[in-house]
Design a protein around this ligand. Structure first.
Ligand SMILES: Cc1cc2nc3c(=O)[nH]c(=O)nc-3n(C[C@H](O)[C@H](O)[C@H](O)COP(=O)(O)OP(=O)(O)OC[C@H]3O[C@@H](n4cnc5c(N)ncnc54)[C@H](O)[C@@H]3O)c2cc1C
Length: 357
């Protein structure tokens, strides 16, 4: 049973809030505290955490600890590890919950080692079973679900986003206890000199989008006139992403084509690949186009709640129970019509897709 829980977070890049996933972890921490009757401490890291602390001060935590200052503004292993270690020692918690952000994924295993504790990543849920905290995570590309219990302490658990209900409450004044950290000169050696990010319209992977749009190899195959129409496919897909705000996924066959010198969609990379050897994104809805719906691909749709597909083949994998709705149709025609309707109405894409049914 967790007697003492620490919710650990860093501020978002903008500085005034926490990353979205942090509010979900706070929701999970509060639920666990309710079940265990233990204490909850909040620990925050950032240049200035006051505004972010005020967004969660109303949650009823006993203490809010913070390591602040310009040394702790950005992601850097040495300063983040020192800050997290100091907060964990001050909180003396036996269970430490943190969001699986890239900043924390890099650093918290090292912190667990310094504390003589243990760590688990990619955790999707936590509950108390027979008086012990149990963490759940998936193995073998989301096919096997494992339940973990640990006797070691402190136990650091990094929770995946999209798995718990986010805590939300009114902004309230926060009483913050500053934890001093003397960072040695060697801890400042690495300096972030700037950020290079793709233009926002080139950023096709959008974890927070309501819809996952998946393109398969069919977009580059010969069509009814005996020729491929890759340029048209590119324009249709990019238009749809622009007007719908959907996130873009791809099948393995499609993303592999770029390495095989075939006609390719220029914006599609291996990072977009969904499936057994790709990613398992979490979105409320998914729309698959020109993709066959083979099992190694569809296993990546595990966390898509509502699935629809467009395929010319009425006997494709989607038709065999893998999609809620299959449109047996030409995806070039469907997407052209969908884009036109979206341009007209500027309604969320999925509503318009439903109207087409
Ligand atoms: C160990 C292993 C791991 C794998 N991991 C993955 C993975 O992680 N992700 C993954 O995606 N795959 C994975 N695969 C490959 C997977 O099994 C499939 O081969 C792949 O997903 C098929 O891709 P596809 O459907 O895009 O292409 P295809 O199988 O070529 O299908 C193209 C589809 O497009 C349709 N089509 C063509 N033109 C149109 C049109 N105008 N309108 C509508 N439909 C049209 C066709 O009817 C066809 O169904 C894995 C395979 C193995 C063995």
């Amino acid at each position: 049973m967790a007697q003492s829980i620490l919710f650990l977070a860093h501020v978002s890049d903008a500085g005034s809030t926490l990353p979205k996933a942090s509010y979900e972890v706070l929701g999970a921490a509060l639920k666990l505290r309710e079940q265990s009757g233990g204490r909850l401490t909040i620990g925050l890291i950032g240049e200035n955490v006051e505004a972010a602390a005020e967004t969660i001060a109303g949650c009823g935590a006993e203490r809010i600890l913070a390591v602040t200052g310009s040394d702790f503004a950005g992601a850097r292993y040495a300063s983040d590890a020192a800050a997290a270690e100091a907060i964990c020692r001050a909180a003396a918690a036996d269970l430490i919950l943190a969001p699986a952000t890239s900043r924390f994924m890099r650093v918290l295993a090292g912190v667990a080692h310094r504390l003589g504790g243990c760590v688990d990543t990619h955790v999707t849920s936590l509950e108390i079973v027979s008086g012990k905290v149990c963490a759940t995570r998936w193995y073998y590309r989301q096919r096997i679900e494992g339940v973990i219990r640990r006797d070691g302490a402190p136990w650091i658990v990094l929770l995946e986003s999209g798995c718990s209900v986010a805590w939300a409450g009114a902004v309230t004044k926060a009483t913050i206890e500053q934890i001093p950290v003397a960072l040695p000169q060697a801890g400042r050696r690495t300096v972030v000199s700037g950020v290079r990010a793709p233009k926002s319209d080139a950023q096709t992977i959008r974890p927070d989008a309501g819809l996952l749009f998946v393109a398969g190899a069919g977009w580059t195959k010969k069509q009814a006139d005996g020729k491929p129409h890759v340029e048209q496919a590119e324009a249709l897909i990019l238009d749809f992403l622009r007007v719908s705000g959907a996130s873009l996924g791809g099948s393995k066959s499609l993303v592999d084509q770029s390495g095989e010198s075939q006609a390719v969609l220029g914006f599609m990379t291996h990072l977009n690949q969904v499936g057994q050897t790709g990613s398992t994104p979490r979105h409320p809805k998914g729309l698959s186009t020109c993709c066959h719906g083979e099992e190694p691909h569809v296993v990546g749709w595990r966390f898509i709640n509502e699935r629809r597909a467009v395929n010319l083949d009425p006997n494709c994998g989607w038709a065999r129970g893998k999609a809620d709705v299959l449109y047996v149709a030409d995806a070039f025609e469907v997407m052209a019509k969908l884009n036109a309707l979206l341009q007209e109405s500027r309604q969320p894409a999925i509503e318009t897709a439903a109207q087409l049914a």
